[in-house]
Design a protein around this ligand. Structure first.
Ligand code: KG4
Ligand code: ZN
Length: 342
């Protein structure tokens, strides 16, 4: 729809992001990564909020400049309200309120997970509704049915670690930097996926007992840890020699379980459009496997551009555009919800 430009701000974790959406298209999307966490093997919440505080204004200014939109031309301000780190969310929320208050604009709160789901609408080809959505990020692993009217029905989820968390933990065991997902992806491309036989993350759900698509990723990380512990004397040398093989074995096990769950969901629901979103949807193995499955089983696949798989504000902007078009807007009393569900 032809709404006035929307400025979106996303600060739920460790990326400070802003985007401008106007006239049904993305005008700009800026992501300022926080290098401050690299030496810590993970995100330090206190460091994240301080970095957001430092980066949020320049990031918003860059998004407006690159989008060719002046503050006075904006029609609304969108912001991620959760889930995420409380201190990080509050920085984005305060910045968005400042703009909304100063320019007299409506505020639109967006659920970060809903943002990932609608990230497939940032650019064409866009899926028809309803579609099945596999959300695989650093904090979540969910399979949902997405219907008209912002309705999300859960078909399955992880019982423990998220898929991205599993990538990051295995990467850490292998001595790779944080976040490990992209490093595992790169190394897996030249490793032997048959090197390690790892336990499948797929839980065999019994009828009526639990959701059919439950997954568990914690056993994988434990299996890799035991493999390393059993290496003995020349551990460092063996690890060095087989790092890519372990990455390939791990990645194939995760990808097979995720794609299997998707194929099952298509068979059971009859819905023939599948989206794969969230940071892990940037993974080359997963992208290739889901497209292959779609061709084999006859369903259409929708995977965002890699820049919109990982955290970004374009997905928050497009979700806000849908919300505004449906008549949703929030007041300046909008709050942060660190544990928000989809
Ligand atoms: O969606 P996202 O940017 O942030 C959250 O909402 O969590 O996802 C981040 C996760 C991290 O665990 C990161 O390692 C993973 O996505 N990731 C990848 C790849 N790129 C990012 N995992 C596997 N392969 C990749 N290429
Ligand atoms: Zn995310």
């Amino acid at each position: 729809p032809d709404l006035p430009p929307i400025l979106a701000i996303e600060t739920s974790c460790d990326d400070t992001a802003a985007a401008v959406w106007a006239g049904g298209a993305l005008r700009s999307s800026v992501v300022a990564g926080q290098r401050v966490h690299e030496g810590f093997g993970g995100v330090v919440p206190e460091h994240a909020s301080r970095a957001h505080e430092r980066l949020v204004v320049p990031t918003v200014q860059a998004a407006l400049r690159e989008g060719g939109v002046a503050m006075g031309d904006l029609g609304a301000v969108a912001v991620t309200v959760g889930p995420g780190l409380a201190g990080s969310l509050l920085v984005g929320l305060s910045a968005a309120k400042g703009v909304a208050l100063g320019a007299g604009l409506p505020l639109v709160g967006v659920n970060h997970l809903e943002g990932h789901v609608y990230s497939v609408f940032v650019e064409p080809p866009r899926p028809p509704l309803p579609f099945l959505c596999l959300t695989v990020s650093g904090g979540h692993t969910l399979l949902t049915l997405v219907e008209e009217g912002f309705r999300h029905t859960e078909l399955g989820r992880t019982r423990d670690d998220a898929a991205g968390e599993a990538f990051d933990k295995v990467a850490k065991l292998l001595g790779l930097p944080y976040p490990g997902g992209p490093h595992v992806d790169r190394l897996a491309a030249r490793g032997d996926a048959d090197f390690l036989d790892l336990p499948s993350p797929r839980l065999a759900g019994k009828h009526g007992e639990r959701p059919l698509f439950d997954l568990s990723f914690s056993g994988l990380k434990t299996a890799v840890r035991y493999w390393i512990a059993d290496l003995g004397g020349d551990r460092a040398a063996v690890l060095e020699r087989h790092r890519a093989d372990v990455c390939a074995s791990f990645q194939r096990t995760v990808v097979d379980a995720l794609v299997d769950a998707v194929r099952d969901a298509v068979r059971r629901t009859g819905v023939r459009a599948v989206a794969v979103v969230g940071g892990v949807s940037a993974n080359s193995g997963l992208r290739a496997a889901v497209e292959r499955a779609g061709r084999a089983d006859g369903f259409a696949t929708f995977v965002p551009d890699r820049a919109h798989s990982v955290d970004n504000a374009a997905m928050i902007a497009v979700t806000a555009a849908f919300k505004l078009a449906a008549g949703h807007a929030d007041g300046l009393d909008l709050g942060a919800h660190p544990a928000l569900a989809l």
